[in-house]
Write a protein that binds this ligand. Structure first.
Ligand SMILES: [Zn+2]
Length: 151
């Protein structure tokens, strides 16, 4: 059973209370010393994350080359690709020429169908107005070769 951070008594449930600037899990009795923020069962870190960070998806630069190369790899014509994705051939043509930016929904279909990666995610920390690039990941030799291939 969880114990109150202030009086130490064991309780069925605790609440999160802001007491003198610190968020602590306390019993109902001790909660009155501060401002109750919510049930202690909630993960405090998750709540903070939820409020402060907004994730934004966007289409990467150079998407048109990736789409074209992906299509060529599958040995499909623009017409065939359009049919497979239930899109107009003019849409595919526009995307491959770089004149048309696909919607996230269409980009996702292209990613899955062609096995390419054209959507990037960026988390905007609203609290500190700081941008965090979520694209950072372990880069393998295969990735490097692919990058080289794409440029
Ligand atoms: Zn207490």
């Amino acid at each position: 059973m969880p114990t109150c951070s202030i009086c130490g008594s064991s309780k069925e449930r605790l609440v999160n209370s802001a007491i003198e600037g610190a968020l602590v899990s306390v019993c109902d009795e001790c909660a009155k010393f501060g401002n109750v923020v919510g049930p202690a069962t909630e993960n405090r870190k998750n709540i903070a994350h939820h409020i402060a960070i907004e994730e934004i998806e966007f289409i990467e630069d150079g998407f048109h080359n990736k789409v074209r190369k992906g299509r060529e790899r599958k040995k499909l014509t623009q017409d065939e690709l359009a049919k497979n994705l239930a899109e107009k051939v003019s849409t595919i043509h526009g995307i491959e020429s770089g004149k048309l930016k696909p919607t996230i929904k269409l980009a996702r279909k292209l990613e899955i169908f062609l096995g390419i990666d054209i959507i990037s995610k960026e988390a905007v920390n609203l609290g500190e107005n700081k941008k965090i690039d979520f694209k950072d990941k372990d880069v393998t030799i295969g990735d490097l070769l692919r990058m080289k291939d794409d440029n």
